[in-house]
Design a protein around this ligand. Structure first.
Ligand SMILES: Nc1ncnc2c1ncn2[C@@H]1O[C@H](COP(=O)(O)OP(=O)(O)O)[C@@H](O)[C@H]1O
Ligand SMILES: [Mg+2]
Length: 1013
């Protein structure tokens, strides 16, 4: 079986005595010595720790070590008190089992130190936090206070506990300390008044005197000098390695931490001082006439029997001190007490004591140790064997010494030493230590463990080591000789009623509190219980308390009597090993099984080691465990199946199981981790996947959007292209035309409006009406003007259309006249309004002109009277002027005789002036017949009409050329032979309105024409 173990590997000697081979007392001691020499002060017997006092500090009590042992298996590391503390703490915390740690051993073996180590370990590993730390501090600091008042230097131990102490540390469900309760057992109060040689009074006296300030001492009325006080032994006042002054400060500080008020500390110190001073009271014997000795306090008037006076003084001092001590414990409990949850008890009770002179105190202390041994036997040896029987495990009984018989000798109700002592104390009549011893000699004579010179049993009659005033008891740890002297007194522990009443009357509140029986109102005539009785009762309570808890043992052994390191006294160790019953312990362990456990928790603990039992076993637990063991192939001799428990013989096997379990737990942790990681990864993966889907969805959407964009862009491009194509094709129908259409429409509309507007605003139909509506638009300018013209033409046409042919002819003539003369001849405007009558002479009607008329071949177109101008004088001769279609005729006015007839074609031109005169010259064609007489210079009032008609007729004549009309103010006229110039001038106003023609010379005729206004 290859198992890695620290307990068993690299061991000095053997760490667990159970594994010692061969097992003998010698090898046992040798193993202890071997380990002690190598600084291995702890050794196991199964789960019991043997602790050797090293008498020096070893580097194995430090925080690193605490960490090393924390949460480790008991058998995993080399033996240590921490391993035991850890085991106890964990089983308290995790399995809810109340624990007690029983520390036994004789005085100076290291019990108190061990108890402190356990407490400090628990304080280190349990929870932390402000509140928890405060509780821890209070629990730990209760130690220095109690040690100052309850410890003293003895020959065996410089810091010997002179009281028994049992401390319950209380924890909450998670293992954090909540508080505690301290029980104290029988303070050795006789030490207050008297100390054996080489020993000291309680530490506190020395601490107070060395450590207190001068001021405090003055207040307490104390002197620093130890020698001034009777109660302080002088021979060992200073102890090596003990700094009383420093310790005093520690104690005061501790008191403060525990929760003592300032005035409480003061009161306590006052009481300590009172005790000291009480010791200095001296009495002076005075003989009285009645023959008795009386005494009085020096200088004071108090009297009593002399010897009794000292006795009473000491009794008072002892009582005062022991009551103070009990009060201290109660006070500390007040600070740290809480309601009970889980409890770990630490018992540090005074060890077995054998002094040169042993008295009532030793008797009591050793009785207590007997009881503890008893409980050890009960729980480890007897209980173990009985368990095997109960469980039906094959078992050969191991012999061991059962000290029940000694306990019986001491505590038996009827014949026990304590019972007899009480009986003596209560008995009326003279009671002395001698009468008590006599009684013992009678009643206990036959007891195997009782030895006395004068007992009925004459066995010891010659034993000179046994003085007559003593008796001897064979304790489990050795024989002890007790002096009977003082037993009765100490058991009575009486205080004179006067004293307690006096104390009650004190002004000091603490003193008053300590002596409640002094209250006169509560006078109790019943005797108070004896010291022995009280002790027996409290030990009984303690034992019952311990029995309800899971015990953990630390068995302390002192290696030498010299309080020296490195010395290992075989005989001394051997003695302790024997009386502690360690050999038996090992034997029982070896014969039996190192470990046992009920099937259910065992299966629960190891079921993961086998596939069939993991994770659930459905059958009975025992079968499960069997399957498990078979599966693990643990050798059959290594374990046995009891009725309700499995017994494992060897720690190795247990450790094998533990180791496998540890590995398995690691695997399980890995499995959990694996599944968790798988789950975590998967969750993460799923999350990623989900995210990826979201991302890709978005991406696709984005892509699609992009595609859609492209698509829509394409569509746009396409639509533009198509649009472009279509437009190209249909442009003619669309864009260009639309505008034009609209334009046209608009224009049309405008035009329509314009025309309609125009229609309603047209001017009158009179051709001479010059008015015309305003043009609405600039662009209509042309049209507007055009329309005006058109309109004008139209109305002219209309106007014209009303004309008859005659009228038309008249107008045609007028028109022609205008064409010829307008703006050329000043006479013209005056002619416009005068109608062309043509025949002014009424030639066809007037009989005067009948002949003439008939002479005319053609119809006369014009008949008028004109003046024929003479070349000679410029005077005119009246002549009738006729115009026919073919010719011009000039006839005499009076006769009507034709003077000249000129065919029209012979006329070449007509000359007229530009002025308003009626002169005109008819020029004849040269060479024609008519021309012989020369041209005609005529004047007429109807010049315009004459010329016009002449022009018209000439134009219509078939063979005539166009008649020239020559308009100028100077023209030549061909008279018969010569040409005469006719010149027109602007006439002077003196000539009046008439035109005058004068011959200037042969060649010039001057016509003066009046100016027209
Ligand atoms: N583990 C230890 N390491 C060092 N010194 C120790 C140890 N245990 C005890 N001692 C020494 O032995 C002395 C007596 O121990 P203590 O515990 O007071 O004995 P007990 O309480 O059994 O009478 C202590 O003052 C100390 O000097
Ligand atoms: Mg002690």
């Amino acid at each position: 079986m290859e198992v890695k173990t620290s307990l068993l590997d690299n061991m000095i000697g053997v760490g667990d005595m159970v594994l010692l081979e061969p097992l003998s007392e010698d090898s046992f001691i040798e193993n202890l010595r071997n380990r002690f020499d190598h600084n291995e002060i702890y050794t196991y017997i199964g789960s019991v720790v043997i602790s050797m006092n090293p008498y020096r500090s070893l580097p194995i009590f430090n925080p690193d070590k605490v960490e090393e042992y924390r949460n480790r298996n008991f058998y995993e590391l080399s033996p240590h008190i921490y391993a035991l503390a850890d085991e106890a703490y964990r089983s308290l915390r995790d399995q809810d089992k109340d624990q007690c740690i029983l520390i036994t051993g004789e005085s100076g073996a290291g019990k108190t130190e061990a108890s402190k180590l356990v407490m400090s370990y628990v304080a280190a590993v349990c929870g932390k936090g402000q509140e928890v730390n405060k509780v821890k501090e209070q629990l730990l600091q209760s130690n220095p206070v109690l040690e100052a008042f309850g410890n003293a230097k003895t020959v065996r131990n410089d810091n010997s506990s002179r009281f028994g102490k049992y401390m319950d540390i209380e924890f909450d469900f998670k293992g954090d300390p909540l508080g505690g309760v301290i029980s104290n057992y029988l303070l050795e109060k006789s030490r207050v008044v008297k100390q054996p040689r080489g020993e000291r009074n309680f530490h506190v006296f020395y601490q107070l005197l060395s450590g207190a300030s001068d001021d405090t001492l003055k207040k307490l009325k104390l002197d620093r000098d130890f020698s001034k006080y009777n109660y302080l032994s002088l021979d060992s006042a200073a102890v090596n390695g003990l700094d009383d002054a420093a310790n005093f400060r520690t104690v005061k500080n501790a008191m403060q931490i525990v929760g003592f008020m300032e005035d409480e500390v003061q009161s306590v110190l006052e009481l300590v001082a009172a005790v000291l001073k009480l010791g200095n009271i001296e009495f002076k014997p005075e003989s009285r006439c009645n023959g008795t000795d009386e005494s009085r306090i020096k200088d004071k008037n108090v009297t009593c029997v002399y010897l009794q006076a000292y006795y009473a003084r000491d009794a008072l001092a002892k009582n005062l001190y022991s009551r103070l001590f009990s009060w201290l414990v109660t006070r500390i409990n007040e600070s740290i007490k809480v309601t009970r949850h889980k409890v770990m008890g630490v018992l540090d009770i005074y060890g077995f004591e054998i002094f040169e002179e042993n008295s009532f105190e030793q008797f009591i202390i050793n009785y207590c140790n007997e009881k503890l041994q008893q409980i050890f036997i009960e729980l480890t040896l007897r209980e173990e064997q009985e368990e095997y029987i109960r469980e039906g495990i094959e078992w050969t009984n191991i012999e061991y010494f059962n000290n029940a018989i000694i306990c019986d000798l001491i505590e038996n109700h009827q014949s026990g030493i304590l019972a007899m002592l009480d009986e003596e104390c209560l008995r009326p009549g003279t009671v002395t230590d001698e009468t008590f011893l006599d009684k013992l000699n009678t009643i206990c004579a036959e007891h195997q463990h009782f030895e006395s010179r004068l007992s009925k049993n004459s066995k010891y009659i010659t034993d000179h080591s046994l003085p007559h005033t003593c008796f001897r008891i064979q304790h489990y740890a050795g024989k002890v000789l007790y002096r009977a002297e003082g037993f009765v007194d100490k058991n009575n522990d009486l205080l004179y009623r006067d004293l307690s009443q006096a104390m009650y009357k004190a002004n000091h509140s603490l003193i008053k509190q300590l002596f409640p029986e002094g209250n006169p109102a509560k006078v109790n005539l019943k005797r108070p219980p004896t010291a022995g009785f009280q002790f027996k009762a409290s030990v009984g309570t303690l034992m019952r308390n311990l029995q309800t808890k899971n015990p953990n043992y630390i068995r302390c052994i002192k290696p030498n009597d010299k309080k020296a390191s490195h010395i290992f006294t075989d005989s001394l160790v051997c003695h302790q090993v024997r009386y502690l019953g360690l050999m038996e312990n090992v034997r029982v362990r070896r014969a039996g099984y190192a470990f046992r456990q009920a099937y259910e928790p065992c299966l629960e603990r190891y079921k993961m080691l086998c596939k069939r039992t993991w994770p659930h076993w459905s059958g009975p637990a025992r079968e499960g465990v069997e399957v498990l063991m078979a599966d693990l192939k643990v050798p059959a001799e290594e374990f046995s199946y009891g009725r309700s428990k499995i017994f494992i013989r060897n720690p190795r096997s247990l450790f094998f199981l533990e180791e496998r379990r540890r590995q398995c737990l690691q695997n399980l942790a890995t499995l959990i981790q694996k599944i968790y990681r798988g789950w975590k990864c998967r969750t993460h993966f799923l999350l990623l996947k989900k995210s990826q889907i979201v991302v890709s969805a978005w991406y696709r959407r984005y892509q699609q959007k992009k595609y859609k964009k492209i698509k829509s862009a394409t569509t746009v491009v396409q639509s533009y292209t198509r649009g472009w194509q279509v437009r190209r094709e249909y442009r003619k129908f669309f864009r260009a035309n639309a505008g034009k259409k609209i334009y046209d429409f608009t224009i049309q509309r405008i035009m329509q409006k314009y025309f309609l507007g125009l229609k309603s605003t047209l001017p009158s139909m009179s051709p001479i009406d010059k008015s015309w509506p305003a043009r609405p638009y600039l662009f209509l300018d042309g049209v507007h003007t055009e329309l005006r013209t058109v309109f004008h033409h139209w109305r002219c046409k209309k106007y014209r259309s009303q004309f008859t042919e005659e009228k038309k002819a008249v107008y045609e003539e007028k028109l022609e006249a205008s064409e010829i003369f307008k703006d050329k001849k000043a006479l013209y405007p005056s002619s416009v309004s005068q109608p062309f009558r043509g025949d002014y002479l009424e030639i066809s009607k007037n009989p005067k002109y009948q002949k003439l008329n008939s002479a005319m071949e053609e119809k006369v177109l014009l008949a008028d009277v004109v003046n024929k101008i003479n070349r000679a004088n410029g005077k005119g001769t009246a002549r009738i002027f006729l115009l026919t279609k073919n010719s011009v005729v000039l006839a005499d006015q009076k006769t009507g005789q034709v003077k000249a007839s000129v065919p029209l074609p012979d006329l070449t031109s007509v000359s007229v002036s530009t002025q308003s005169d009626g002169f005109f010259a008819l020029k004849l064609k040269e060479g024609s017949a008519s021309a012989i007489k020369g041209d005609f210079l005529l004047s007429s009032e109807h010049l315009i009409e004459i010329i016009t008609k002449l022009h018209r007729t000439g134009a219509t004549a078939a063979d005539s050329e166009q008649l020239n009309i020559d308009i100028s103010d100077e023209f030549l006229v061909q008279f018969k032979h010569d040409k005469v110039c006719v010149k027109f001038i602007q006439g002077a106003p003196k000539n009046g309105n008439s035109v005058s023609c004068k011959r200037k010379n042969n060649r010039l005729l001057e016509v003066s024409v009046p100016t027209t206004a």
